[in-house]
Design a protein around this ligand. Structure first.
Ligand SMILES: Nc1ncnc2c1ncn2[C@@H]1O[C@H](COP(=O)(O)OP(=O)(O)OP(=O)(O)O)[C@@H](O)[C@H]1O
Ligand SMILES: [Mg+2]
Length: 511
């Protein structure tokens, strides 16, 4: 994890991918994706000011720095423009005839949370600067502009937007590069699993795959098939939870004409259909006891018998069974034959739940986002930090399937290029840690001890005080505080003072 993050930081990700790719197991299909860097569209800046000369000046400078620019002379026009096309950055005049910049800031934060906001004012006032930052403004600039500072801020934000897009791009590439037969996962436990499947696939004829719902059991079964010698032969699936009890036997083993009422034709069973290939018995825990005995026989002797026939047929089929039940407990409860369990359990593979390999989340997310962007033809290029945090901390009871669905839904909903917490809202249960608010949250009751302020509180007040002194200039504030700018951003974020910072992935992952 750490090594890879450093690679991203050092700009040597390609080298990392290449090195890792030589070590990773290869799927039988030999599929291999080549990294492709997409060109990102220019970020969009919305400038809102009732003074035309200001609009012109900012427009010219921002265009030079690499932004597409939309200008608006009023707050209502700005909101209309924003709803038409969400901007990546908005620069708002604090005092306009129809609206106060702070109110506009609040509206923007709630409608387009991914949009960064800079407030501009000709009437610098410490109070409004602090208020702006509390409400989530990124910067507070005074007019007439210090052009060097204005350029510096715009370049910094543009670079951050590019970096955000690159992180998703690179992470999706890493995910794809480390993919094994359609399974993605960079965590050591998944890499180990891929290597295990690859080593077992050439030899294993009976496999039991367990794991919670959505962890990728079917994908793993297909990976066994793909990575083994049967890859050109059929892969036949039966989901035991969807078959009526009385039809199991005929489904698996087939029947001859006249074997029972309604058997007007002979029918081949799935074992025969999978000849030379793999039979995937999904949800094996649902198999009735009566059929379990017959299945055991087929596994032991490699023979099947159609219902109504005396003839035994040899079959050469690998059998992969999957379950999200605890089969041992089923055996103990008498619902699953112990002899069948031991026969199936020769090769036992367990898919870990997503909550135990959270380091995979950014990579899976990036890969799913890239897929959605392609399919939906949307120029999606990243997530806000708050959205990333939500994804990293969610419970994921439905595992990778749930993550995939959540991303897909968010990609459908998103209007701009960046998925924010807004598109994720409502999909998680109440147990999810709430997204840290941008503004100052209410203090938890009883937090302060009588007489003494908690250290955190003192730090927060001190940072606010310094920000007041330097009129919200974060670079200066960091200097005064004797810490790096990144450290300041981290503290602003911790204290819920709207500290969205340029953040390379190492910081994101290690935190
Ligand atoms: N490691 C992974 N990489 C990429 N996609 C994955 C991964 N694991 C699961 N998925 C995706 O998640 C979804 C669910 O996977 P799958 O059907 O294999 O899960 P399962 O364990 O069989 O679930 P269930 O027990 O509910 O049948 C699929 O869309 C699959 O492509
Ligand atoms: Mg399944």
């Amino acid at each position: 994890m750490v090594a890879a993050d450093l690679c991203i930081l050092d700009g040597t990700l390609d080298a990392f991918i290449a090195a890792f790719a030589t070590l990773r197991p290869h799927c039988g299909s030999g599929s291999h994706t080549t990294p492709v860097m997409r060109t990102q569209p220019r970020p969009l800046l919305l400038v809102v000011d009732d003074e035309q000369p200001v609009l012109r000046v900012v427009e010219r400078l921002a265009a030079k720095v690499g932004f597409d620019v939309v200008t608006c002379g009023s707050g209502s026009e700005a909101m209309r423009a924003l709803l038409r096309k969400p901007a990546d950055l908005a620069m708002l005049d604090l005092r306009m005839p129809d609206v106060n910049g702070l109110d506009l800031l609040r509206q923007i934060r709630s409608t387009v949370p991914s949009c960064e906001v800079i407030l501009m004012t000709a009437h610098a006032a410490v109070d409004s600067a602090v208020e702006a930052i509390k409400r989530g403004a990124r910067e507070y600039l005074t007019k007439p502009f210090d052009f060097d500072r204005l350029r510096e801020v715009l370049v910094e934000i543009r670079e951050e937007l590019e970096r955000r897009a690159q992180v998703v791009e690179l992470e999706s590439q890493v995910a794809r590069q480390l993919e094994f037969c359609g399974m993605m996962g960079r965590s050591p436990v998944m890499q180990e699993l891929f290597s295990l499947i690859q080593r077992l696939a050439p030899h294993a004829k009976v496999v039991l795959i367990s794991g919670e719902t959505g962890t990728g059991k079917e994908l793993a079964a297909r990976a066994f098939h793909q990575a083994g010698p049967r890859r050109t032969r059929p892969f036949v699936t039966i989901n035991c939870s969807t078959v009526v009890d009385t039809l199991f036997e005929t489904e698996l083993f087939g029947h001859v004409r006249g074997a029972f009422t309604g058997a007007v034709e002979s029918k081949q069973g799935l074992f025969e259909a999978a000849q030379g290939g793999t039979l995937f018995l999904d949800e094996i825990g649902e198999l009735p006891l009566s059929v379990q005995a017959k299945l055991l026989r087929a596994l032991e002797y490699g023979e099947v018998q159609r219902i109504g026939s005396l003839q035994l047929k040899k079959v050469d089929v690998a059998v992969i069974a999957a379950t999200n039940r605890d089969v041992r407990a089923e055996v103990a409860a008498g619902r699953f034959r112990d002899d069948l369990f031991y026969r199936l359990n020769v090769v036992d593979v367990t898919l870990p739940p997503l909550r135990d390999r959270r380091e995979d989340i950014p990579y899976l997310t990036a890969a799913f986002m890239r897929d959605c962007a392609g399919r939906m033809r949307k120029p999606l290029n990243g997530l806000t930090h708050a959205a990333e945090r939500l994804l990293l901390n969610a419970r994921w009871d439905g595992n990778v399937r749930e993550l995939k669905n959540v991303i897909e839904r968010a990609c459908m909903l998103v209007e701009g290029t960046t998925v924010s917490e807004r598109e994720l809202a409502g999909v998680f249960g109440p147990d999810l840690p709430a997204t840290p608010a941008r503004g100052r949250s209410a203090e938890p009751a009883g937090r302060a001890t009588e007489g003494a302020a908690p250290l955190d509180e003192i730090e927060r007040e001190h940072i606010l005080e310094v920000l007041r002194q330097v009129k919200g200039n974060r670079m200066k504030a960091a200097k005064v505080l004797g810490i790096s700018r990144r450290a300041l951003y981290r503290r602003l974020e911790r204290h819920q003072l709207g500290g969205e910072a340029p953040r390379p992935s190492s910081v994101r992952k290690s935190s």
